[in-house]
Design a protein. Structure first.
Length: 276
C-alpha cells in the first residue's frame, strides 16, 4: 500500500514537471517507474500510455470548444500517427529494454532542444489548386477577438514526420508532442496555437491505438497504471495553474536541465544494461 502511495506522489510530480516543461508526464513517468521502482520497461511504457490518454483528453475537449483545434487536419494526420503508433508498439515488443532506454534518452534530449527553441507562428494563405486546398487543410481561429484564417503547407513531409512521431509514441510511451508540433509548425506552417491544440487532441488517440497492443500483450497492469493515471492528471492540473502565475521561461530552462540530466542517466543505464 505504501508503495502505491509513493508511486501516486511520484506521478503527481511527473505530471507537474511534464506540464511545466510542455513535454508531458510520460517523459518523467518512464524513468520514475524503471529506475525508481524497478518496473520492467514494457510495463512502464504501458502505464505511461494510459496517463497520456487521461491528460490529453480533458485539455483536448476545452481546446475544441474554444475553436483552436482543427479537427480536419487532426483527423487527416491521425492516420499517420495511429499507424505509426501501432508499428512502434509492435516493434517495442521485439526490442530489449536497454535498447528502448537508449532510444528514449535520445528522443528525450531531442524534444528538450526543440522545446527550448523559439516557436514560429505562421499564417499562410490558401493556394488555389494546391493539395492542401483539395484536402481542405485550412481553417480559422480566434486571436484576441479577431478571427484569423490560415492554410497548411508541405502536407506530404508533414504526414511522414507525423508517422515517425506516432512510432516514437508507441515505442516509448510518451506523447511525442514536441515532434508533432515540429511537423505542424516547421513543416506544415500552421499557426502555433492551432498546431499545439491539434497535437493535444491527436496525442490521446495515438496513445489509445498503442495501448491496445500493450494491453493485448498483458503489459498494462492496473495496480501500476491506475495511480500513475490519477497522479499525472492531478500533477498536470497543478502545473497548468502554476504556469499562470510563474515566470515560465526560467522554469522551462531549469526543468530542461533536470530532464537533460535524467536522459543522460537513462542513456547510461541503457548502455550498462540495467533495465529489465
Amino acid at each position: 500500500m505504501s508503495e502505491i502511495i509513493i508511486l501516486f506522489l511520484g506521478a503527481i510530480s511527473a505530471g507537474l514537471l511534464g506540464s511545466l516543461t510542455g513535454l508531458g508526464g510520460g517523459v518523467i513517468i518512464i524513468p520514475l517507474l524503471t529506475l525508481g521502482f524497478g518496473v520492467p520497461m514494457h510495463y512502464a511504457i504501458g502505464a505511461s500510455l494510459i496517463s497520456v490518454i487521461g491528460t490529453s483528453s480533458g485539455a483536448a475537449v476545452a481546446f475544441v470548444k474554444e475553436g483552436f483545434t482543427n479537427m480536419r487536419v487532426g483527423m487527416f494526420l491521425e492516420k499517420a500517427t495511429t499507424s505509426g503508433g501501432i508499428v512502434g508498439a509492435l516493434v517495442s515488443g521485439m526490442l530489449n529494454p536497454n535498447t528502448i532506454g537508449i532510444i528514449f534518452a535520445s528522443i528525450l534530449l531531442l524534444t528538450v532542444i526543440l522545446n527550448l527553441k523559439g516557436k514560429p507562428d505562421h499564417q499562410e494563405p490558401i493556394i488555389k489548386g494546391s493539395l492542401e486546398e483539395k484536402l481542405k487543410l485550412f481553417g480559422t481561429f480566434p486571436d484576441k477577438g479577431v478571427v484569423k484564417s490560415y492554410s497548411a503547407r508541405n502536407t506530404v513531409p508533414g504526414f511522414l514526420m507525423m508517422m515517425f512521431a506516432g512510432a516514437m509514441s508507441g515505442l516509448l510511451g510518451i506523447g511525442s508532442g514536441a515532434l508533432k508540433v515540429l511537423a505542424m509548425d516547421n513543416m506544415m506552417k500552421l499557426p502555433f496555437k492551432v498546431s499545439t491544440t491539434t497535437s493535444n487532441f491527436m496525442i490521446g488517440v495515438t496513445a489509445v491505438a498503442s495501448a491496445l497492443i500493450y494491453f493485448q500483450r498483458g503489459e498494462i497492469i492496473p495496480v501500476i497504471a491506475a495511480p500513475v493515471l490519477i497522479g499525472v492528471v492531478v500533477g498536470s492540473f497543478i502545473g497548468s495553474k502554476t504556469l499562470m502565475v510563474s515566470k515560465t521561461k526560467k522554469l522551462k530552462t531549469f526543468f530542461a536541465i533536470v530532464i537533460t540530466i535524467l536522459s543522460i542517466y537513462m542513456m547510461y543505464n541503457g548502455i550498462n544494461k540495467s533495465f529489465r
